[in-house]
Design a protein around this ligand. Structure first.
Ligand SMILES: Cc1ncc(C[n+]2csc(CCOP(=O)(O)OP(=O)(O)O)c2C)c(N)n1
Ligand SMILES: [Mg+2]
Length: 329
């Protein structure tokens, strides 16, 4: 885990910093609430929380422009919130209600938004990677200047289809940023036990795809790397790989007691590299915000999340007729 190491004065405005703080906090509080609702039995099926990884999506969304696309795995709530999907619609999908973004028929892993160019939510490890290249192929074909962020994990990086995709994406110079969210675990398996090398991004070299390692606990470092990757893609130079070193604080899913690592390991990351604390410190030490300003933001976020939770409880369950909508038949 890369420890926090932003020593130079960040070249970023107070407003930008506050935006990142707010966006990361929204994801964190949303996920904490989802964990509570799961514990109350209100969320069925799988539920994979994103706590600890917030700087990854928030940093990359700051580098994206309108029309860019994103696709990811089942650990997807943060990606949806960061691209502007309604917290209430996401939460109501988790609780399986009609007000959910998939009308309560998809659940945590299966939500989409055409409007926000969010293409899921995929439960099969690595399956979103070729789909992401396909989205990029469409952008290139249409010559619309769009870039697709294709997120996958360190475990997924050992899937064969990832390398078939790398080959085609490089061959056709597709405008796709492959984002490896290296949270160091694939379910209960530590990266050192599943992966032959410490770093993964250099596997792209075999296909002529450049890439780099990014400190995923520093939203500004992620944004900077994202801007570089996006510029590469938009210039028609083909794909780019960002291996973003991050960490998930919770278990793989809500049903994981996480016995494969120590509490101390998690505590150390929380104390030394938490991405939200990092921005909080920058705001306070740079005198961009006071404790009271931050308290006001915390309150505002809490309110948004409480409203989302209320909506997810009040929205009715889908009627039986809904079984016959949104199907190919
Ligand atoms: C093809 C396939 N194999 C196995 C699984 C079971 N599975 C679900 S998540 C997961 C681990 C993936 O880890 P990683 O890619 O690092 O993503 P993370 O959960 O850490 O975000 C596995 C093996 C699956 N869903 N699909
Ligand atoms: Mg992982």
């Amino acid at each position: 885990m890369a420890a926090r190491k932003t020593t130079k004065k960040p070249n970023v405005s107070a407003e930008e910093l506050k935006t990142y703080y707010r966006e990361m906090l929204l994801i964190r509080r949303f996920e904490e609430k989802a964990g509570q609702l799961y514990g109350m039995g209100l969320i069925g099926g799988f539920c994979h929380l994103y706590i600890g990884q917030e700087a990854v999506v928030v940093g990359l969304e700051a580098a994206a422009k309108e029309g860019d696309k994103r696709i990811t795995s089942y650990r997807d709530h943060g990606h949806m919130l960061a691209c502007g999907m309604e917290p209430g619609g996401v939460m109501a999908e988790l609780t399986g209600r009609i007000g959910g973004l998939s009308k309560g028929k998809g659940g945590s892993m299966h939500m989409f938004s055409k409007e926000k160019h969010f293409y899921g939510g995929h439960g099969i490890v690595g399956a979103q990677v070729p789909l992401g290249a396909g989205l990029a192929f469409a952008d290139k074909y249409k010559e619309n200047g769009g870039v697709t962020f294709t997120y996958f994990g360190d475990g997924a990086a050992n899937q064969g289809q990832v390398y078939e995709t790398f080959n085609m994406a490089a061959l056709w110079d597709l405008p796709v940023v492959f984002v490896i969210e290296n949270n160091q675990y694939a379910m209960g398996t530590a990266q050192a036990r599943s992966t032959s090398t410490k770093d993964i991004y250099h596997r792209g070299e075999a296909f002529g795809i450049p890439g780099e390692i990014v400190n995923g606990m520093d939203v500004l470092a992620v944004k900077e790397a994202g801007e570089k990757a996006v510029a590469h893609c938009r210039a028609g130079k083909g794909p780019y790989i960002l291996e973003i070193k991050t960490y998930r604080y919770r278990g793989h899913s809500m049903s994981d007691p996480a016995k494969y690592r120590t509490r101390e390991e998690v505590q150390k990351v929380r104390e030394q590299s938490d991405p939200i604390e990092h921005v909080r410190e920058l705001l306070l030490t740079g005198k961009h915000a006071t404790e009271d300003d931050l308290k006001a933001i915390d309150k505002e976020i809490k309110e948004i999340v409480n409203q989302a939770a209320e909506f997810s409880k009040e929205s009715p369950e889908p009627s039986v007729e809904e079984l016959w909508t949104d199907i190919y038949a």
